[in-house]
Design a protein around this ligand. Structure first.
Ligand code: YXS
Length: 259
């Protein structure tokens, strides 16, 4: 316990990523604590949740805990994996979850940020999605999060380059709802949360669920589903995936062979 700090102030709850020594990597333990904390907030009828890192964080989150990525021949982003379960807990929470972002955001943590309903960042925030650095096949729901948020062409550039998108471009493309100076980001974000929490929680939660249902309304033929799965299996069975994890653990650049 303690990887996620919880605080409730009236109708607004705060979850703080609290593992700076591991750059708030989304370990199975930390993701489990996000799910548990949201359950508690739901029971306490918290209307709006702010998800943040420690004040002035240089790294908001380093993404999936690479030491816990399933080994080759296993789907690294399976439906019931802890990180995907945490994403769905945020999508299903009966109230807006606002990501308040200071510092760099990497890999699955960028997916976490775009899965939140709103995002407020300061000038130190940046966003990278990095499966191609790991030789890893991202999953369909994750790619949809990005298409829905920034559109296909920007999402493709983010996935193909794995390069951080800096705060001003993140705001320009809609990853951020607001770009606020770091000295003001706390007051701004909690002010936004309080204004939303003053509205009808029932209407807000129902409209949030309508957005989720409509944004996921993409009929997929069985053939299309099976083709996606076959393509992803090719990647997570590949030597590139094995090399991506090994290179990170050995703190060296990966040498991908493309098979
Ligand atoms: O050496 P110690 O034991 O102190 O541990 C170091 C790092 O190994 C550890 N750490 C991580 N451990 C597991 N998973 C991670 N993602 C991770 N990131 C960091 O934390 C300790 C401090 O890290 P260090 O010394 O590198 O800190 P820094 O301040 O110099 O650099 C911060 C970062 C975030 C720039 C650097 O740690 C980094 O580049 N981390 C990896 C970022 C990344 O590529 N994340 C993608 C993970 S894979 C994922 O999310 C998806 C599956 S996907 O690939 O599809 O996007």
């Amino acid at each position: 316990m303690g990887l996620i700090l919880r605080n409730v102030d009236g109708k607004v709850g705060t979850l703080t990523l609290n593992n700076p020594a591991r750059r708030n990597a989304l370990s199975m333990e930390l993701c489990g604590e996000i799910v548990a904390a949201l359950e508690e907030f739901k029971a306490r009828k918290v209307s709006v949740v702010v998800l943040r890192a420690e004040k002035g964080a240089k790294v908001w989150s380093a993404g999936h805990d690479i030491t816990q990525l399933p080994k080759v021949h296993n789907d690294p982003l399976a439906y019931d994996s802890p990180m995907e379960t945490a994403f769905r807990a945020i999508q299903n929470y009966p109230g807006p979850v606002i990501a308040m972002i200071q510092g760099s955001v990497w890999g699955g943590a960028t997916d976490l940020a775009v899965t939140c309903d709103l995002a407020v960042g300061d000038e130190t925030s940046s966003f990278a999605i990095t499966p191609v650095k790991m030789g890893l096949p991202y999953n369909a729901s994750g790619i949809m999060h990005f298409i829905n948020r920034v559109g296909s062409n920007i999402a493709k550039e983010m996935f193909f380059t794995a390069e951080p998108v800096k705060a001003d471009r993140a705001y320009h493309f809609g990853i951020l709802n607001h770009l606020v100076p770091s000295a003001q980001i706390e007051e701004f974000t909690f002010g936004l949360a309080a204004r939303i929490a003053a509205n009808s929680p029932l209407a807000v939660s129902v409209i949030k669920e309508q957005f989720r249902i409509l944004s996921e309304a993409h009929p997929l033929s069985p053939d299309a589903f099976e083709r996606i799965q076959a393509l992803r299996r090719k990647v997570y069975n590949s030597g590139d995936y094995e090399e991506g994890i090994k290179a990170f653990l050995e703190k060296r650049k990966p040498n991908f062979s493309g098979d």
